[in-house]
Design a protein around this ligand. Structure first.
Ligand code: ADP
Ligand code: ZN
Length: 549
């Protein structure tokens, strides 16, 4: 008689995937991750938003519970997210609960009892629980009985100060390894550059964990960056006219998110859009909790709501049909940009990521870094990250390639995605090496000859030889660089300066946002480094490129 073929844990997981979740098969790296976790080993999973990270712990939780290994503890930073997930699990017939500050003592006790009685498959908790002695006691009891099967650390980048969502409470999670060394851990995040990744592994003591990285490409998102001139008019044009992959134009009746840099701008922009007859709602941390909850709820439930928000909005929002994300101000770094734009098109249908940015944004972001109370080393990293974002915004080649390379993903040389502004409408590029040298030597003159520093506006006036009260009072007409850049327009000068900042040749300092020479200046002044600048950012309609097969 032949022995019955042994069923691997992954096979039984696949069967449960169909029975419990109703999905035909695993997606992407899910099978590999789940197989690894079912082996009882640690892992860090990096997958873009919408790739299906939750399943990587939900399914092992079910399998391990059925094997009598106890429950899976999911650490999640957001209460709303826990509610949603517990609701979704219960609908699938999986026993799940959460412990957080919204529960009273009685409800808490009931859930603890369920956990101890082995009735729960998934227990969601906020990171701050890990300083709660009572909760730690519960975990120790479960651990001693061999009833802790897995720790899943969601949004794991929150542990890193280099990431954009640092949460102090996450630091405590290093104790998981010390206290419960035999319980496997699975950390998950949708965002991590190489720097954050290393930091995350170290802080969570996951150096020996296997790292799973799936492609961060979101092929259905079309990226576009325009030069900020009249942002409101530009945004309206985008909203009404932007060409879409599906042949329709504009996003007039679509759900979308508009990110602004400040609460006040959120309020102003939302009010203005409402005046334009658009169903816009504001969202930021300055609104009271009830208003925030109500606006979020309407965004999720009603069609065609435009949420105008600060970055306080978005994490854990699972709305599949967000058709566009617009940035009216520059995000802090590429991770932020990627995360925020990643909220568009989770259903896989075509979506637009549109951003308007200008020199003032760069200056503003620099200033925020400079004036923050953080220590210098931290600020230095923030500046580097901002520079990487500027390089993306100023780039004349494929944006997607830039984005993917930033996250450590290689692309074939010369690859073009055909779904970003630069691929669809290659920008005119001009050689601005000479003007760049003019600007740098003018700043050099200010610094060396007069020991003065000025902002971009004044610099451009001097370069173009435009007399103002300020040029007269400083007698800048006498400088050898006076008027040497007459042939370059104001707009072009701004583009040159942005590019120089992106290259690190110029730095923006202090309260008055003055310009000074940066490390990259020398190579340009010596003519060792060419400066190429885009000729205006394509404001025209993006043509759809012919797809060649
Ligand atoms: P993430 O946390 O990575 O942003 P989610 O876990 O929320 O993504 O999953 C995104 C969507 O994909 C969810 O609606 C989920 O139900 C669905 N999904 C996940 N895995 C699969 C699969 N193997 N087959 C079909 N749908 C899946
Ligand atoms: Zn491209």
């Amino acid at each position: 008689p032949t022995a019955a073929p042994s069923v691997s844990p992954l096979d039984s997981a696949r069967a449960l995937l169909q029975q419990v979740f109703g999905y035909g098969d695993f997606r992407g790296l899910q099978a590999e991750v789940i197989g690894h976790v079912l082996n009882g080993q640690d892992a860090l999973v990096l997958m873009p938003t919408g790739a299906g990270k939750s399943l990587c712990y939900q399914l092992p939780a079910i399998v391990r519970q059925r094997q009598g290994l106890g429950l899976t503890v999911v650490i999640s930073p957001l209460i709303a997210l826990m509610h949603d997930q517990v609701g979704a699990m219960e609908e699938l017939g999986v026993a799940a609960a959460f412990l957080n500050s919204t529960l009273d003592a009685e409800a808490t006790r009931r859930i603890e009892q369920q956990a101890l009685a082995g009735e729960l498959t998934l227990l969601y908790v906020a990171p701050e629980r890990f300083v709660n002695p009572r909760f730690l006691g519960l975990l120790s009891t479960l651990d001693e009985r061999g009833r802790l099967s897995l720790f899943a650390i969601d949004e794991a980048h929150c542990v890193s100060q280099w990431g954009h969502d640092f949460r102090e409470d996450y630091l405590q999670l290093s104790l998981l390894h010390e206290r419960y060394p035999s319980v496997p851990r699975l950390a998950l995040t949708a965002t991590a550059d190489t720097h954050t990744r290393a930091d995350m592994l170290e802080r969570l003591q996951l150096q020996d964990a296997r790292v799973f990285i799936s492609s961060f490409d979101r092929p259905n998102i079309r990226y576009r960056v325009v030069e900020k001139k009249e942002p409101r008019a530009q945004f309206l044009r985008f909203l009404y006219d932007e060409h879409r992959e599906d042949g329709r134009n504009g996003h007039r009746f679509d759900a979308g998110i508009v990110y602004c840099g400040s609460r006040k701008k959120v309020d102003d922009t939302a009010a203005w859009l409402q005046e334009q007859g658009i169903k816009a709602l504001p969202y930021h941390a300055g609104l009271d909790a009830a208003t925030r909850a109500q606006n979020q709820d309407r965004f999720l439930r009603e069609d065609g709501i435009v949420m105008v928000a600060t970055i306080a909005f978005g994490m854990g929002i699972d709305k599949p049909d967000v058709r566009f994300v617009a940035h009216l101000d520059l995000p802090k770094n590429i991770e932020g940009y990627y995360q925020e734009t990643g909220r568009a098109g989770r259903d896989g249908e075509a979506a637009n990521a549109w951003m308007a940015y200008g020199l003032a944004d760069v200056v503003q972001q620099r200033r925020m870094i400079d004036e923050s109370p953080a220590h210098e080393g931290f600020k230095q990293i923030q500046r580097q990250k901002l520079d990487a974002l500027l390089a993306l915004a100023e780039s004349t080649d494929c944006r997607r390639v830039r984005l993917l390379n930033y996250f450590g993903e290689d692309t074939k040389p010369g690859y073009r995605c055909l779904n970003c502004d630069n691929c669809l409408q290659p920008p005119q590029v001009w050689d601005a090496t000479e003007p760049a040298r003019m600007a740098l030597s003018c700043i050099y003159r200010f610094q060396k000859e007069r020991n003065q520093r000025f902002g971009a506006g004044h610099l451009i006036d001097v370069l173009r030889g435009k007399e103002t009260d300020k040029t007269r009072s400083h007698r800048h007409q006498d400088l050898s660089t006076w008027g040497i850049g007459k042939g370059v327009t104001d707009t072009q000068w701004r583009a040159v300066l942005r590019q120089l900042i992106a290259l690190g040749a110029l730095e923006v300092d202090g309260e008055y946002q003055t310009l000074s020479l940066g490390e990259g200046a020398r190579a340009i002044l010596r003519g060792e480094h060419a400066v190429r600048v885009r000729e205006g950012t394509g404001e025209g309609r993006v043509r759809t490129a012919k797809k060649t097969s």
